[in-house]
Design a protein around this ligand. Structure first.
Ligand SMILES: [Fe+2]
Ligand SMILES: [Fe+2]
Length: 245
């Protein structure tokens, strides 16, 4: 199988860039109980999806100069643009529901600070932790509502987050080869610890969404772990292609 390159990812993000068509005109308002379960949660995710990634791009620029992989920098920019589109779509949905967007939230600030303290590899690990959790979250949000609009938004973001995980596996594989096996195992263990603590936090903050969708914490964690394992598997294999997803 052909090994994906940064340019394959640039191609993928370009092909996926046309604005998705959502049934905005079928915007049936959420019921009272749905609003209670999902609005505050969507507000948090809308804020998180909109990160500019400026500091990550600075690090990526340095990495691109050192490694000569200029394509990775361009692919990261397109990836961030897609994340910002998620934020815009959720903002548009919140507007229809007459709910404001948040300007800041303490969880978002912690993640921002974590991303700011280290080099590109750690920055990507922190970012990918949120990505791993995003898929189980959006599938639960989709199942927590009867709104055709919100369901189709969640389905689209869920699918794009799947491609993002493949992209992150590809980006992280750039660093994996620099570490010996023992260091790789320690990094993975620490990453799993960060993931578990974040999963507990996400569960506590968004419990109403998960329970409305009929998810237990055990199911949520099992789904999260599956995404995490496939991230490392794909990263180790170095063969994942955006076209294959
Ligand atoms: Fe996203
Ligand atoms: Fe993502």
């Amino acid at each position: 199988m052909k090994q994906a390159t940064s340019y394959d990812w640039i191609d993928y993000f370009y092909r996926n860039s046309p604005e998705p068509a959502f049934p905005w005109d079928q915007a049936i308002r959420l019921s009272g109980s749905e609003r209670v379960a999902v609005i505050a949660s969507i507000q948090q995710f809308q804020l998180g999806e909109g990160a500019s990634g400026a500091r990550m791009l600075e690090r990526a620029q340095r990495f691109a100069r050192e490694s000569g992989d200029l394509g990775l920098l361009a692919a990261l920019k397109l990836f961030l643009r897609e994340e910002q589109r998620h934020s815009r779509i959720l903002a548009q949905f919140l507007q229809l529901e007459n709910a404001p967007c948040l300007r800041q939230h303490w969880i978002h600030s912690i993640f921002r600070a974590l991303r700011g303290i280290a080099g590109l590899e750690l920055c990507l690990k922190v970012l990918v932790t949120a990505e791993v959790l995003a898929r189980p979250y959006y599938s639960a949000l989709r199942d927590a509502t009867n709104s055709p609009l919100l369901r189709s938004i969640c389905q689209r973001i869920f699918e794009e987050e799947g491609a993002h995980l493949c992209f992150q596996a590809f980006a992280l594989s750039r660093f994996q080869s620099r570490h010996c096996r023992l260091t790789q195992a320690i990094i993975k263990m620490l990453h799993a610890l960060l993931l578990f603590s974040t999963a507990v936090l996400v569960w506590a903050e968004h419990k109403a969404v998960f329970t409305s969708a009929g998810r237990t914490f055990r199911e949520f964690w099992a789904e999260t772990l599956r995404e995490f394992d496939s991230l490392y598997l794909n990263s180790a294999r170095l063969i994942e292609s955006p076209i294959a997803r």
